[in-house]
Design a protein around this ligand. Structure first.
Ligand SMILES: CC(C)(COP(=O)(O)OP(=O)(O)OC[C@H]1O[C@@H](n2cnc3c(N)ncnc32)[C@H](O)[C@@H]1OP(=O)(O)O)[C@@H](O)C(=O)NCCC(=O)NCCS
Length: 173
C-alpha cells in the first residue's frame, strides 16, 4: 500500500464529515453540521489563495487525514495543521505529510512555518519535531475547548533551518 498527498475533491466531503466526528479532528476543521458543510469547506479552501490543503490518502483514494497551511503572503509565513483518522495513526503519515507540505511552501518562497499544539497533545508534538519544527515558547492558556483553557507550545520552522530526516510523502513534487 502506498500513501500520498492529493488535492481534496468534492466527493471527499462525506469522509471529511465522518472524520470530524472525532472531536480531536473537529478542532482542526470548521464546525460541520452536515456533509454539505464539509463540501462547502473543501470548495472554499480550493478557491482561496491563502489556503493550501491536501488530503492524505492511499491507493484507493480513501481519506486518511489532512494537512494544511494558512498563508500570510505579505509576511511569507504560514500556519500549519494536520490530522489523521484513528486507523491511520502510528505510521508516520502526518510527519511525512508535514515535511512534504513544508518543502512545497519553502519552494514557493514562504520563509517561516508555524504551528501550535496543546501541551497535553504529545503525539502532535512528535509530528512537529519529526517535521523539523523548533519550540519557541509557550502561549499561556491560548486555546479553549469545552470551557477548559490549554497552554500551547508555539513551534516554528524556517526555510533556513536544517532539513529533517523524515521522508516526505509523495504527491507534491
Ligand atoms: C497528531 C496526529 C496527527 C499524530 O498522529 P501520529 O500517527 O502519531 O503521527 P504520524 O503519522 O507522524 O506517526 C508517527 C508514529 O508513527 C511511527 N512511524 C512509523 N513509521 C514512520 C515513518 N516512516 N516516519 C515517521 N514515523 C513513523 C512513529 O514512530 C510514531 O510512533 P510513536 O509516536 O509511537 O513513536 C494524530 O494524533 C491526530 O490526528 N490527532 C488529532 C488531531 C490533532 O491533534 N492534530 C494536531 C493539532 S496541533
Amino acid at each position: 500500500m502506498t500513501h500520498q498527498l492529493r488535492p481534496w475533491h468534492p466527493e471527499d466531503a462525506q469522509e471529511m464529515f465522518d472524520a470530524a466526528s472525532d472531536p480531536e479532528i473537529a478542532r482542526q476543521l470548521p464546525p460541520f453540521e452536515t456533509e454539505a458543510d464539509a463540501r462547502a469547506y473543501i470548495a472554499k479552501s480550493a478557491g482561496s489563495d491563502d489556503v493550501v490543503a491536501y488530503a492524505i490518502s492511499d491507493d484507493s483514494e480513501k481519506v486518511l487525514g489532512g494537512v494544511m497551511a494558512r498563508l500570510n503572503r505579505p509576511m511569507r509565513t504560514a500556519w500549519v495543521s494536520y490530522w489523521l483518522v484513528a486507523e491511520a495513526r502510528g505510521k508516520g503519515l502526518a510527519s511525512r505529510a508535514t515535511v512534504a507540505l513544508a518543502n512545497r511552501l519553502f519552494d514557493e518562497d514562504v520563509h517561516r512555518l508555524e504551528l501550535g499544539h496543546r501541551l497535553n497533545n504529545p503525539d502532535s508534538r512528535k509530528v512537529a519535531d519529526r517535521a523539523g519544527f523548533i519550540q519557541e515558547g509557550i502561549m499561556r492558556e491560548e486555546l479553549e475547548y469545552d470551557g477548559v483553557r490549554y497552554d500551547t507550545a508555539l513551534m516554528s520552522r524556517l526555510a533556513s533551518d536544517p532539513v529533517p530526516d523524515t521522508e516526505p510523502l509523495p504527491g507534491l513534487e
